[in-house]
Design a protein around this ligand. Structure first.
Ligand code: NAD
Length: 486
């Protein structure tokens, strides 16, 4: 048994049963810290997706889940959240093995999952409609109804947090979910499904189909029996999912990539900024959609910011996830190749490397380790300043005037998150208005946190909002009722 949470990674949850894939095949999961095979998961496909969608529909139409009031749903979610807290250490260990995330970050993710369930559990019975002024002799009102069966396709980088925000909100609104985790890492998703089942989530409310994106994921996004898709992942896959959903005109929420800037003005409080500048770039080995991968710095403090960030880089400890250092490996050999390619581009372009962290001497040779790297003086149009690297690599870009900062910050295809560091109140507001993105932080960078704060992108970073109360609107549809009573 891989865990003291009683689940078998080779089985998927469909309705109330843990099942093998219909085709009987499995896929290996690797441990990024040493490259070994960690477990095998079920290779679910179209037949399993059909069964999961049917189980979700059954839960809504004939099961205990569909009969629950909003208050009852909220209580169940809160109970699941408490059960997650009880298992936080074990979930952190599984996440460290599966994703390569240092233990304390994995624990933070487990607590964030619990916090989403607490938040959405409490919110479940606070969503209400309106009565509307209308013609004489009428009463008009609106109420919010669940979409029905919601599909959730999630990536490997923050499985627990993304499941918490997306499935948590969908369940609060009374949908039944079919969840497809990533084939690179899905142990904590399966463990969570087991915890939820044990804590009293009724059968069919949450179904999990593991497997490859092009098999199980594609079958789910093209399925005519679902009513909404929440997709979190890359731009390329997001556009495939949206195209597949369009065949059945199914609404889609897309949470995609980013190239998020932190903008540092000459008057910034650098002591406050420095930890955020570095941590938001190297957390989760840079594999964060809202990673602050561009540090855009006004000339007057550029050298100081570079020097102080470099000091922090040199102090980072990089090694196996279970050793609980600052930075673990990246997820896979493939991701290692992608990040290494960008480091070679930096070298070949002759860009100054301001700092590179070292690996701990005993980091296993088979692990997918990348040395966190700070690249300086990167032109704003350079590939390193434009493309999502998804590894522990940050670029420093100097600027002169406020207008330059706006142009540089907005000058990519993405628009997810930005931060502005300045003491000038007028500039804080001007910048917040001028930045084209879904979230702006002033004098902080709340990347992974902020359960209460709506989150999502503009441009290629996606559309729709998750997190916060706003997500409850996305996971429901508004019905208008006009009653003529004379
Ligand atoms: P990915 O797009 O390769 O995979 C994401 C999910 O989609 C996985 O479950 C995968 O199995 C599935 N999938 C793959 N092909 C599919 C297909 N043809 N049809 C349906 N599903 C398919 O992304 P990834 O590499 O796992 O994740 C990294 C990306 O996710 C980065 O771009 C990152 O910025 C983004 N991301 C965004 C957010 C956000 O909230 N905006 C959060 C985390 C990650």
């Amino acid at each position: 048994m891989i865990s003291n949470i009683p689940f078998d990674p080779r089985l998927m949850l469909i309705g109330d049963a843990w099942r093998d894939a219909a085709g009987g095949d499995t896929l290996p999961l690797s441990n990024p810290s040493d490259g070994s095979v960690l477990a095998n998961i079920a290779r679910g496909g179209a037949e399993d997706v059909d069964a999961a969608v049917a189980a979700a529909r059954h839960a809504l139409d004939h099961g205990a889940w569909g009969r629950m009031t909003a208050t009852e749903r909220g209580r169940v979610l809160s109970a699941v959240g408490r059960a997650v807290i009880e298992h936080a250490d074990e979930l952190a260990r599984l996440e460290a093995l599966d994703v390569g995330k240092p233990l304390r970050q994995g624990r933070g993710d487990a607590l964030a999952l619990a916090r989403y369930l607490e938040f959405y559990g409490g919110a479940a019975d606070k969503v209400h409609g309106d009565t509307l002024p209308y013609q004489a002799g009428f009463t008009a009102l609106t109420w919010r109804e669940p979409h029905g069966v919601t599909a959730h396709i999630v990536p490997w980088n923050y499985p627990m947090q993304i499941v918490g925000r997306s499935v948590g909100a969908a369940l609060a609104m009374g949908n039944a979910c079919v969840l497809k985790p990533a084939e690179e890492a899905c142990l904590t998703v399966l463990a969570f499904a087991r915890i939820a089942q044990q804590a009293g989530l009724p059968p069919g409310a949450l179904n999990v189909v593991t497997g490859l994106g092009e098999e199980a994921g594609a079958a789910l996004s093209a399925h005519g029996g679902i009513d909404h898709i929440s997709f979190t992942g890359s731009v390329a896959t997001g556009s495939l999912v949206q195209a597949a959903a369009a065949k059945h005109t199914i609404p889609v929420t897309l949470e995609l990539g980013g190239k998020s800037p932190q903008i540092v003005f000459d008057d910034a409080d650098l002591d406050a900024a420095l930890p955020y500048l570095v941590n938001a770039g190297i957390q989760n080995a840079g594999q964060t959609c809202s990673a602050a991968s561009r540090i855009v710095v006004q000339r007057g403090v550029y050298d100081e910011v570079m020097r102080r960030m470099a000091e922090r880089y040199r102090a980072l400890r990089v090694g196996p996830a279970l050793s609980d250092l600052d930075v673990g490996p990246v997820i896979s050999r493939r991701q290692h190749g992608i990040v290494s390619h960008y480091l070679a581009v930096a070298r070949d372009s002759g860009l100054p490397i301001a700092a590179q962290a070292e690996l701990v001497p005993d980091a296993p040779a088979g692990g997918y380790y990348v040395r966190p790297t700070l690249v300086a003086d990167v032109p704003e149009s350079h590939g390193l300043a434009q493309e999502e690297i998804f590894g522990p690599v940050q670029v420093l870009i100097p600027f002169d005037a406020e207008a330059d900062a706006v142009r540089i910050a907005n000058g990519t295809d993405y628009g997810l998150v930005a931060a502005v560091w300045t003491r000038d109140g007028g500039r804080q507001l001007r910048m917040a208005r001028a930045l084209k993105c879904g979230q702006v932080f002033i004098n902080n960078y709340g990347a992974g946190g902020g359960v209460e704060l709506p989150f999502g992108g503009v441009k290629r970073s996606g559309h729709g909002r998750e997190k916060g109360f706003e997500a409850l609107y996305g996971f429901s549809s508004l019905k208008t009722v006009a009653i003529h009573h004379g």
